[in-house]
Design a binder for this molecule. Structure first.
Ligand SMILES: [Zn+2]
Ligand SMILES: [Zn+2]
Length: 318
C-alpha cells in the first residue's frame, strides 16, 4: 500500500502528463484499479473540471457508475464519450444518463453521447433523467441532426436513434429509478438560479453519492449519510480573485461562485457530517491553476474530515 501523501504526489505527476518512472507507475497502477478488473461497482471520474473552457489538464464534468459492466453516466461535459472509451468502458453498455443541471459544463455532450453510443453498437433503450427542459433538448438534438442521421439511416441502414432514448424529467426529491443493478435517489441541491440535483447510487456492494454543483446543502448531507463514497464539487476560495483576473468578462462571477458552490473546507465539514468513508473532490474551481496543488486541496478538506480524501483527476477509477 502507498500512503496518502505518496498517492497525492503520484497523482500530481500523472496529472501533469509527465513521463512516469517505473516505480511511480507501479504505485499508481496499484492505487487506481483498472476497468479490466470487473469485480464490484466502480466510480470513474471522466471529467473533473468546472466550466466549459477547454484546457490540457482536465475536461468538463462527467462521471460514470459501472455495475456489472453496465454504464450509468452522470453529467455529460464535452468529451464524455471519448473519456468513456479511454476508461475501457463499452459504449453499447450505456444503460442510463443523469443530468444534474443544465449548465454547459454538465450537458454539452448529452446528445452526442447518445449518438456515439448508437454508433458504438448500442441497441438497448437508454433511460435519461434530468430537470426541465431535458425532453425539449432531446427532441431538438434529434431535429438538429436529422439531415445527417437520416442520410446514414437510409444509405447504410443505421439504426434510428429516437426509439433508443426514453427521457424522464425529474422535478422532485426521492427515488429516480431502480433496476437489477442499482437504486438511484435524488435531492434538490443549492445552485441558484436554476434547479439542480444531487444523486445517490446504491449498488449491491457500494453506495456512492454525487453532489453535482451545489453550495452547502443540508438535504445533500442527509442523503449522503452512510455512503461509502461522496463525490463532491470543491472550490478554493483564496484563488477566486486570481480566477476573475483571468476572465474579466464575467461580471459578478465571484459573488455567484460563492453563492452556488462549496469551499473545499466546507466540503470537509459536509463529508464529516455525512459520515462517509471516502471523500472524492471534483469539479475544481479553479481547475486549471497549477499553483493550487493537490496537497492544498486535500489539506482544505482534511481540516474537518478525517476519512480518506482523494483529489479527483480525469480517468481515475474509484
Ligand atoms: Zn459546473
Ligand atoms: Zn453549474
Amino acid at each position: 500500500m502507498i500512503s496518502r501523501r505518496d498517492f497525492l504526489s503520484v497523482g500530481t505527476v500523472a496529472a501533469a502528463g509527465l513521463l512516469l518512472s517505473p516505480k511511480i507507475k507501479k504505485a499508481y497502477a496499484e492505487q487506481v484499479p483498472s476497468m479490466k478488473d470487473n469485480q464490484g461497482s466502480k466510480l470513474i471520474l471522466l471529467g473533473t473540471m468546472a466550466g466549459a473552457r477547454i484546457n490540457k489538464s482536465r475536461i468538463s464534468c462527467s462521471q460514470v457508475v459501472v455495475v456489472n459492466n453496465q454504464l450509468y453516466v452522470v453529467d455529460c461535459g464535452y468529451g464524455v464519450a471519448r473519456q468513456l472509451v479511454l476508461a475501457d468502458c463499452d459504449l453499447k453498455k450505456l444503460k442510463a444518463v443523469f443530468i444534474t443541471h443544465h449548465h454547459d459544463d454538465h450537458n454539452l455532450d448529452y446528445g452526442n453521447l447518445l449518438h456515439l453510443a448508437r454508433m458504438g453498437g448500442l441497441r438497448e433503450k437508454v433511460q435519461t433523467y434530468g430537470p426541465y427542459p431535458l425532453k425539449k433538448m432531446s427532441e431538438l438534438y434529434l431535429e438538429m441532426n436529422d439531415y445527417s442521421f437520416n442520410t446514414y439511416q437510409k444509405q447504410l441502414g443505421m439504426v434510428t436513434l429516437k426509439p433508443l432514448i426514453e427521457v424522464h424529467e425529474i422535478a422532485r426529491d426521492g427515488l429516480v429509478m431502480e433496476d437489477e443493478n442499482v437504486k438511484v435517489s435524488c435531492v434538490h441541491v443549492v445552485h441558484p438560479p436554476i434547479p439542480a440535483f444531487g444523486f445517490r447510487f446504491d449498488t449491491p456492494d457500494r453506495s456512492i453519492t454525487i453532489s453535482g454543483d451545489t453550495a452547502v446543502c443540508p438535504e445533500l448531507v442527509e442523503m449522503a449519510k452512510g455512503s461509502d463514497v461522496l463525490l463532491h464539487e470543491a472550490m478554493y476560495k483564496p484563488a477566486l480573485m486570481n480566477l476573475v483576473k483571468r476572465v474579466p468578462q464575467y461580471k459578478g462571477l465571484v459573488r455567484w461562485l460563492v453563492k452556488a458552490h462549496t469551499d473545499v473546507e466546507d466540503v470537509g465539514k459536509v463529508a464529516h457530517e455525512a459520515g462517509v468513508k471516502t471523500l472524492v473532490l471534483t469539479h475544481m474551481v479553479p481547475g486549471d491553476n497549477p499553483n493550487i496543488t493537490e496537497e492544498m486541496w486535500a489539506e482544505g478538506a482534511g481540516k474537518y474530515f478525517k476519512g480518506e480524501i482523494i483529489v479527483g483527476k480525469d480517468l481515475m477509477v474509484i
